[in-house]
Design a binder for this molecule. Structure first.
Ligand code: SAM
Length: 252
C-alpha cells in the first residue's frame, strides 16, 4: 500500500524547510544535545528529509549516513550528502551493530508501526549506542506560540474526512520501554523564528507534513482557516513562529 506520508513528502521535497528554517533550527539543537563524536563515530539519520540533523551532525564531526522513504527528499539531500538512500524506517539496509548513534527528527509519529522502526534502529546500533529523536511537543510554560494555529487546527479538524486516524498522543516512553531501550531522558527544545509577513506562516504550512491537513480539508474551509490565521497575525505586536519539540534520548 502506498504510504500517504511518503507521497506528501515527495510533493513538498523541493520547498521543504525553505520558507522558514524550522527543521534546520531543531536539527541544530538536536545535534548540539549529542555527545561530541569519538574519532570515526558513525551516525545514521532516519527520515532525514533535507538533512536538518544529518548535515549538522556531519559538521559536528560524525560520519553520517542517512535514509528517507521519499525518493524526492533523497534526491534533494544527495546533492549535499552522498551517503543517503531510499529506505523505510522499519527496514534499514544496514548490518547489525553498524552505528554508534541513530537519530530521527519528527519522523516516528508519522509511522504506522513506530515500534517496528525502533526495533530496527536497535538492530543497526552497536550495544551501548545512543538513540535520539524528536517529536512535536507542547510548549513549555512561559513559551506561548505567537499565533492561534493550535486553536484553528483543533476547530477545523472536525471537517476532515474520518479515516481511522486518531489524535492519541505519541507515547514515546512506552514504546522505548517495550523495545528495550534504557536510560530514557527527554528535554524540551524550542525555536523562535521571525516572520517577514503574516502570509509567510500560511506558506510555511504548505511545505511540510501539515500540508496533509489542508489537502484533506474542503477548499472553502482552507480559505477560511487562512483568513482567520492571517487576521490574527496582523493584529499582533510581533510576527514570530514559536514552536517546541521534545527530544528523547535512550541507550540500547
Ligand atoms: C517531518 S519530515 C522531517 C525530516 C528531517 N528528519 C528533519 O528533521 O528535518 C519527516 C521525514 O520522514 C520521512 N518519512 C516518512 N515516513 C517514512 C518512513 N516510513 N520511512 C522513512 N522515512 C519516512 C519523510 O519522507 C520526511 O522526509
Amino acid at each position: 500500500m502506498d504510504d500517504p506520508w511518503i507521497a506528501l513528502f515527495d510533493r513538498v521535497a523541493d520547498s521543504f524547510d525553505t520558507v522558514v528554517p524550522f527543521f534546520s533550527s531543531f536539527g541544530e539543537l538536536t545535534v548540539a544535545a549529542l555527545p561530541a563524536p569519538a574519532a570515526g563515530a558513525r551516525l545514521l539519520d532516519v527520515g532525514a528529509g533535507a538533512g536538518a540533523i544529518a548535515l549538522a551532525a556531519r559538521r559536528r564531526g560524525y560520519e553520517v549516513c542517512a535514509v528517507d522513504g521519499s525518493a524526492a527528499m533523497v534526491a534533494r539531500l544527495s546533492e549535499s550528502l552522498p551517503a543517503v538512500q531510499v529506505a523505510e524506517a522499519g527496514a534499514l539496509p544496514f548490518d547489525d551493530g553498524t552505528f554508534d548513534v541513530v537519530t530521527a527528527g519528527f519522523v516516528l509519529h508519522l509511522l504506522n508501526d513506530p515500534q517496528a522502526a525502533l526495533r530496527e534502529f536497535k538492530r543497526v546500533m552497536v550495544p551501548g549506542g545512543l538513540l535520539a529523536f524528536t517529536v512535536v511537543g507542547p510548549p513549555p510554560r512561559g513559551f506561548e506560540p505567537g499565533d492561534r494555529s493550535h486553536e484553528l487546527f483543533a476547530e477545523y479538524s472536525r471537517y476532515l474526512p474520518r479515516d481511522g486516524r486518531t489524535d492519541a498522543p505519541f507515547d514515546a516512553r512506552g514504546l522505548l520501554a517495550m523495545t528495550g531501550f534504557r536510560d530514557v531522558a527527554e528535554q524540551h527544545l524550542q525555536v523562535e523564528l521571525a516572520l517577514d509577513e503574516p502570509e509567510t506562516m500560511w506558506r510555511w504550512y504548505g511545505t511540510h507534513g501539515t500540508r496533509r491537513f489542508f489537502d484533506e480539508l474542503d477548499e472553502k474551509y482552507c480559505e477560511e482557516f487562512r483568513q482567520r490565521l492571517i487576521a490574527d497575525l496582523v493584529d499582533r505586536p510581533e510576527l514570530v513562529l514559536r514552536r517546541a519539540a521534545l527530544l528523547f534520548t535512550a541507550h540500547f
